[in-house]
Design a protein around this ligand. Sequence first.
Ligand SMILES: [Zn+2]
Ligand SMILES: [Zn+2]
Length: 303
Amino acid sequence: MRCAICKKKAEVYLPHHNLALCREDFKKYFLKRVKKAIDDFKMFEKGDKILLAVSGGKDSLSLWHALLKLGYDVTGLFIALGIGEFSERARKIVKEFSDKNKTNLITVKLENEFGGNTLPQIVEKTRGIPCKVCGKIKRYYFDRIAVKENFDVIATGHNLDDESAFLLGNILNWNIEYLAKQLPALPEEDGFKKKVKPLIYLTEREIAIYAFFNEINYNELSCPFSKKAKSHFYKESLHQMELSYKGLRIKFFKGFLRNQKIFGKAEKKYSLSPCKICGYPTSSEICGVCKIKINLGLIEEEK
Ligand SMILES: [Zn+2]
Ligand SMILES: [Zn+2]
């Protein structure tokens, strides 16, 4: 097979676009897709300060690489959760990436924030659900650091597979509220910075190929807490459908983006006000993270 652009030997075939590409033209194609998502949804511009949530997995590291290649001002934010070998590998890989690419990295160590407790210890002591506790804590630090350090926007590595699986789940369960706010770019609001997903036009496979072609070393271990969630099931179902209907996923997701307005504006259920301990926007008096700290005996609840 020949590259559709330069006619040299193709190394990749993308069935959903019926496109064969050589290594160099695939890299260019990938960057173009990232740039298109950024521009289509006015995610950010050159000169904006971007805070990128990095886990050490292929999505966030490939996005970091692509944003640097495209000339954006991006800083990685890594949260060291303390989940044994998984977190230790991730930490090393992220550090290596930032050293090699001479880019800014902020690391938050949970143990330093939670009186020596790692995520598994926090979960055990507060009898929480691991993914919920982890999500809450990570969001808190992304939001806070973005505000404190004056970033314009928070970027995450969600890809087409993630977003279309999420969409399928939301449609099957008629989560209108989620459909109304499943946007590739969420505006700055209520004391939270703007949030964007520049990889929405790229599949997991394309991202893995980009990482491979650019020799991006990433953490292949998966989190020991992440069980076979419903989202895996939706992802798998879409993969199966894609086998007999090429391009279904991108069609499904792009069609949603075009028609997203029919779900209306997300209704606000709660009004947010600053947490009376730390100032983080919350719907109750004390935010979720401060509640965890109270629960662990690290801070006292004001009377
Ligand atoms: Zn080529
Ligand atoms: Zn708080």
